[in-house]
Design a protein around this ligand. Structure first.
Ligand SMILES: [Zn+2]
Length: 556
C-alpha cells in the first residue's frame, strides 16, 4: 500500500506540477535532479506532488547569481531595561539614532542602545535560506546547488580578470626592480616587462606558483605555470628566475584610473551565494564559488521561504501530517534540527566509547573526545557563568556542535576526519581568545570589588560571582554521556541566557545586567559606571531576584 501511494505521488509530480521546470533539464539527468528534489522534500516532510512550477523560476546566469535574499534591515525594537514602554529610537538618521531612554540617577536620560549599538538597526541573529538555486550548464546538465540566506561569505580573491595591456592606462609606481624583486610582490601585481629573449615588451601581470614568478603577457611565449588559472589573464607566460630572464629592470605599474578600483568595491554577487549540501541542509563556507559555478549557464531557483510557508499554513496539506509540520517548525530552531538529524543508535551511544571505536580507523584529536571539556573550553572554564549571561561564544558553540553531529552522521572516514578537524580547530581558536577574556573578567571583577562605592554595590558584584559559580557547577555536574545529553545541556544553557535577558521573572536582575555585560572587555571603568548607576534603593530587589535566578538555574 505504501508503495502504491508513493508511486501515485511520484507520477503526479512528474507529469503535471513540474512540467516546465523539467523542460530545462537535460533528459539524461532528470532522474538525478528528481532525486535531489526528493531529498529536499524529504528533509521538510513536504509532499513531492505539491512541488509545482510556481515555486520555481528559470533565470539566466547573471540574474540568478544576483538574486539576493531579502536583506532589508529592520529597525531596532529594544525596550528600555529601566522604563517599560520606552523603545529604541531606531535608524532616525540624526543624533537620536539608536538611543533609548533609561533612568539615570534620579532623572532619566537618552543613552546609546546596547542592542543595536547606536545603529538603530536590529542585529540579525538568524539567516533563513530564501533561495535555493539549482545550476545547470547550457546543455541542461546539472552543475551544483547553492543557497542564498542573506549572509555575505568572503570569497578568495584571485586575479582572474583579463589583462588590460594599454600602457596609457597605467602610471609607474616604482622603477628599477631587479628580477628577484618580484619576490616581494603578489599575484595580480602589474609590471612593465621586457623579456630576456627580445620577444617584445609591455604590460605583464605577476603570477606566482610554487615559489616561481611568472610574467603573464601577450608577447613572450615561455614556460607556463602548472595550473590553468593564468590563461584567463593573457596569452603567454614567462618565468623570471634569473637576471637573464629580463633584459631590463622591471617597473611596477599602477592603474591611473581610480574608477577601475572602485569597480572592484562593487558588491560581488558570488559572496551571497554558497554551496548547499542538500542532504544535510547545511551551507558550506565556499571560498571560490566562481570556480564552482564555472560551467553554469542558468539556474532553476526555488523559493524556499514560500515552500516553507506552504508547509506551515497547511496549504500544502492533504499529504502532510501534523508531525511533519511540527518537524518543519522544529527545523527553524537549530538545536532542534541538530538533535533530529541523529539516528537513535548514535544519539544514545556512549560518546567516549563511540569515539574510541571510530579512532581505530581515523585520527581523532582528544579535543573532541570529551563532551564536558568542550563545554568548559568554549565557555571559559571557571568563568562560564559570565560568558553565558552575556551570550559569549554561542555561535561558535553552534558551529562546533554542527561539526560534531556531521562527524557522527557521516559514513565516510574522510568526511569524518575533516569534521573532527574543523571542530577541534574551532575549539582551539576559542580557547586562545578566551585567555584574553578570562584575564579581563578576573581583573575587572577585582577592580569592581575595590572601587565599589559601598557595601550594597559590592554585594551586587558578589552576586554575579555567585551566579557564575552556580552555572559552572551546572556544567560540571551535568550528565554528559551521550551526544543527546550534550544537546540537552546546551539547550539548558541557552535557556539560562534567554531567561536572564528576556523573562519578566528576572526583570530586576536585568536592571544590573550591564555590569556583567562588559566584564570581558578591556575598559574596566565601563562595568564600574554601570555598577555606580544602580540606585541603592534598587539593590535589595536585585539581590533577591538573583537568588531566584540561581534557584531557577539549579532546577533546570
Ligand atoms: Zn537599538
Amino acid at each position: 500500500m505504501k508503495n502504491l501511494k508513493y508511486l501515485r505521488l511520484f507520477e503526479a509530480f512528474e507529469s503535471e506540477t513540474l512540467a516546465k521546470v523539467f523542460n530545462y533539464v537535460n533528459k539524461s539527468q532528470k532522474d538525478e535532479f528528481k532525486v535531489r528534489l526528493q531529498r529536499l522534500c524529504g528533509k521538510l516532510g513536504f509532499p513531492m506532488s505539491k512541488l509545482s512550477d510556481d515555486l520555481f523560476q528559470y533565470l539566466p546566469f547573471n540574474k540568478a547569481l544576483s538574486l539576493a535574499a531579502n536583506m532589508e534591515d529592520e529597525p531596532c525594537d529594544n525596550e528600555s531595561d529601566t522604563i517599560p514602554g520606552e523603545m529604541c529610537s531606531g535608524p532616525t538618521g540624526d543624533e537620536l539614532q539608536g538611543t533609548i531612554m533609561r533612568t539615570w540617577g534620579r532623572g532619566r536620560r537618552k543613552v546609546k542602545c546596547d542592542v543595536c549599538k547606536g545603529t538603530g538597526i536590529k542585529p540579525k541573529t538568524n539567516f533563513p535560506i530564501k533561495w535555493i538555486k539549482f545550476w545547470f550548464d547550457k546543455d541542461g546538465k546539472y552543475v551544483n546547488t547553492t543557497a542564498t540566506d542573506g549572509q555575505i561569505r568572503e570569497q578568495r580573491t584571485s586575479y582572474s580578470g583579463t589583462l588590460d595591456d594599454a600602457i596609457n592606462n597605467y602610471e609607474v609606481e616604482k622603477e628599477n626592480i631587479p628580477y628577484d624583486g618580484l619576490n616581494g610582490y603578489e599575484t595580480g601585481d602589474i609590471f612593465y616587462f621586457k623579456d630576456g629573449s627580445y620577444n617584445g615588451e609591455g604590460v605583464a601581470v605577476l603570477f606566482k606558483e610554487y615559489g616561481r614568478n611568472y610574467m603573464i603577457q601577450d608577447f613572450a611565449p615561455g614556460s607556463t605555470p602548472a595550473s590553468n588559472d593564468w590563461k584567463k589573464i593573457s596569452k603567454y607566460a614567462w618565468v623570471v628566475a634569473s637576471s637573464g630572464d629580463i633584459r631590463a629592470p622591471l617597473k611596477k605599474l599602477k592603474l591611473k584610473n581610480a574608477e577601475v578600483e572602485k569597480e572592484e568595491e562593487k558588491p560581488d554577487p558570488y559572496t551571497w551565494n554558497a554551496i548547499l549540501d542538500l542532504g544535510r541542509m547545511t551551507i558550506s563556507k565556499t571560498i571560490n564559488l566562481k570556480e564552482e559555478l564555472n560551467n553554469a549557464n542558468f539556474a532553476l531557483v526555488l523559493d524556499y521561504v514560500k515552500m516553507k510557508k506552504m508547509m506551515s499554513s497547511g496549504s500544502a496539506s492533504g499529504d502532510i501530517t501534523d508531525t511533519a509540520i511540527t518537524k518543519a517548525k522544529r527545523e527553524e530552531s537549530r538545536q532542534g534540527a541538530l538533535a533530529l538529524k541523529l539516528p537513535n543508535d548514535i544519539k544514545n551511544a556512549n560518546f567516549n566509547r563511540y569515539i574510541k571505536q571510530i579512532s581505530q580507523n581515523i585520527k581523532i584529536t582528544d579535543d573532541i573526545s570529551n563532551l564536558r571539556r568542550i563545554f568548559q573550553r568554549v565557555f571559559g572554564f571557571g568563568y562560564a557563568g559570565h560568558y553565558i549571561l552575556q551570550g559569549l561564544n554561542f555561535s561558535d558553540m553552534d558551529t562546533i556542535f554542527e561539526y560534531i553531529l556531521n562527524f557522527m552522521t557521516s559514513d565516510d572516514d574522510y568526511d569524518k576526519e575533516r569534521y573532527v578537524n574543523y571542530a577541534s580547530r574551532t575549539i582551539k581558536e576559542r580557547m586562545e581568545a578566551n585567555m584574553g577574556y578570562n584575564n579581563n573578567i578576573k581583573q575587572n571583577l577585582d577592580y569592581l570589588l575595590t572601587a565599589s562605592p559601598d557595601e550594597d554595590h559590592t554585594n551586587v558584584v558578589d552576586m554575579f560571582m555567585e551566579v557564575n559559580k552556580a552555572i559552572v557547577k551546572k556544567i560540571q555536574d551535568a550528565p554528559l554521556e551521550t551526544i543527546e545529553d550534550a544537546v540537552i545541556l546546551y539547550n539548558k544553557i541557552k535557556n539560562m541566557r534567554e531567561s536572564y535577558r528576556n523573562s519578566p521573572l528576572f526583570r530586576k536582575c536585568q536592571r544590573a545586567s550591564n555590569v556583567n555585560y562588559y566584564l570581558e572587555a578591556g575598559d574596566r571603568d565601563q562595568p564600574l559606571r554601570y555598577l555606580n548607576n544602580i540606585d541603592n534603593s534598587e539593590i535589595p530587589g536585585i539581590l533577591s531576584n538573583f537568588d531566584q535566578y540561581i534557584n531557577y538555574i539549579n532546577r533546570l
